[in-house]
Design a protein. Sequence first.
Length: 104
Amino acid sequence: MQRLIEQPSGTGDLLVAGTQIASVHYTLSVYRHYADNGDESGPAYLEVEGHIRPLDDFDVSGLARLGLEFGLRLDDGRLLDLAFSDAEGTIHSTGRGLSAGHVP
């Protein structure tokens, strides 16, 4: 079972190995997944999907072809570990999801 818990949007920094490579506008949907039995007291994990658009002439389509893991620093300071789903800037979270700590 999953539940939409947040839809943040804003301006953030796209990162590779902790280094900013572009400023982007992001729109995200954050889902919390629960056990199939609907028990919300058990362990849950977050999954994030969304879209980013560069604020300058940065080529997002080239990044998508690399197949690397990137980071996105949201304007509230949280970090999202992500990969590109397509060359249009559609993204999805990787295993670590959305946090206040790790920068890929």
